[in-house]
Design a protein around this ligand. Structure first.
Ligand code: BDP
Length: 328
């Protein structure tokens, strides 16, 4: 009996020792993503995890949690900041209130089109935005696409700014978006992504705004069938990592992590392009009432006060805004 005890103790000591040595060799990270299976970001984040394992020879593994199961986006950003989570695929919208430089992409109509956004992000403006995010403990490894956001609602087509008057419109958590809806005479309602479907369905809000893939994947098109192509926001997304987790890596693994993120971004951008079209086709077939906006300038003019107010409160951001506007 005594011998058996000795043997058992011996076995567990070996087991403890081997767990420690494995733990010190391999890092296991947890990653956050809000989207469902099949969404371009979900597929690309899974690819990122796969590449990470490959490129680090198994020294780093990433367990992805999709569909927002680890909580809403502002909380997840906070978790990546403090290191409770290693990685997330975040929209710069909800990062903006924490990192001033990242907030400039949330000024309505700041980007002319997707090409302009890519050139700005891949150039000097992107470096400044990354530096702003680094100040709050987040390293942006790569940029993902998120298309252009347009208004949709359950009441009527939006053709001109005054059509938004009196509508309750859900926005992401960022004062710039609330300001944008107020500037049109609507009532902004900041709310988590996961709550929007039910709120549209029960009339807690009349409308929201998003790109084609999210309008489709969430089923919002079933409960808010008027989609009006305002394209007022083109917000990039990031693959973001906690700075300490990243800075503690060897130079070799830092490169592996960056390369994996960049390759996943190439995949995400390619998948995004296709999904934007297939999502649009799907909702059109389902009977969505779509309209173009005859005079977009009217929306730009109506939203101008959002820029003026923000930049007079944050004059140090004027050069970055100009850098973006002047990016050819
Ligand atoms: C989607 C973004 C996602 C946001 C969501 C929203 O990809 O990160 O959480 O919009 O509106 O387009 O909350």
């Amino acid at each position: 009996m005594k011998n058996l005890k000795k043997i058992m103790l011996g076995i567990s000591a070996v087991a403890v020792a081997s767990t420690i040595s494995v733990a010190s060799l391999a890092e296991e990270w947890r990653g956050w993503n809000i989207h469902k299976p099949g969404y371009p970001n979900t597929v690309a984040m899974d690819k990122f995890a796969e590449l990470l394992k490959q490129k680090t020879g198994g020294e780093i593994t990433l367990k992805m949690f999709h569909s927002g199961v680890l909580g809403n986006q502002p909380d997840a950003i906070e978790q990546v900041r403090v290191g409770g989570l290693a990685i997330g695929n975040f929209n710069l919208g909800p990062i903006g209130p924490m990192a001033a430089e990242a907030n400039v992409v949330s000024l309505p109509f700041i980007f002319k089109d997707m090409g302009h956004m890519h050139r700005a992000l891949d150039g000097a403006a992107g470096d400044k935005i990354s530096a702003g995010m680094a100040k709050i403990g987040i390293v942006a490894l790569a940029w993902y696409d998120s298309g252009a956001r347009s208004f949709y609602n359950s009441k009527k087509p939006i053709m001109k700014p005054s059509d938004v008057k009196g509508l309750k419109v859900r926005v992401m958590n960022n004062d710039l978006y609330s300001g944008m809806i107020s500037a049109l005479g609507g009532n902004p309602s900041p709310m988590a992504f996961s709550e929007v479907f039910q709120s549209l369905k029960t009339g807690v809000v009349d409308g929201a705004e998003n790109n084609w893939p999210s309008y489709e994947s969430t089923g919002h098109f079933e409960v808010a069938k008027y989609y009006s192509l305002s394209q007022h926001l083109i917000i990039p997304e990031c693959v973001c990592i906690n700075d300490k987790v990243y800075n503690n890596l060897s130079a070799k693994n830092k490169k592996a992590v960056k390369d994996a993120a960049r390759e996943s971004a190439e995949l995400q951008r390619a998948l995004w392009e296709k999904r934007a079209i297939s999502s649009r086709d799907k909702v059109m077939k389902a009977g969505v009432k779509f309209n173009e906006i005859p005079n977009k300038q009217a929306f730009m003019d109506a939203m101008k006060p959002v820029h003026t107010k923000y930049l007079s409160a944050n004059p140090d951001l004027v050069p970055l805004v100009n850098l973006i506007k002047n990016t050819k």
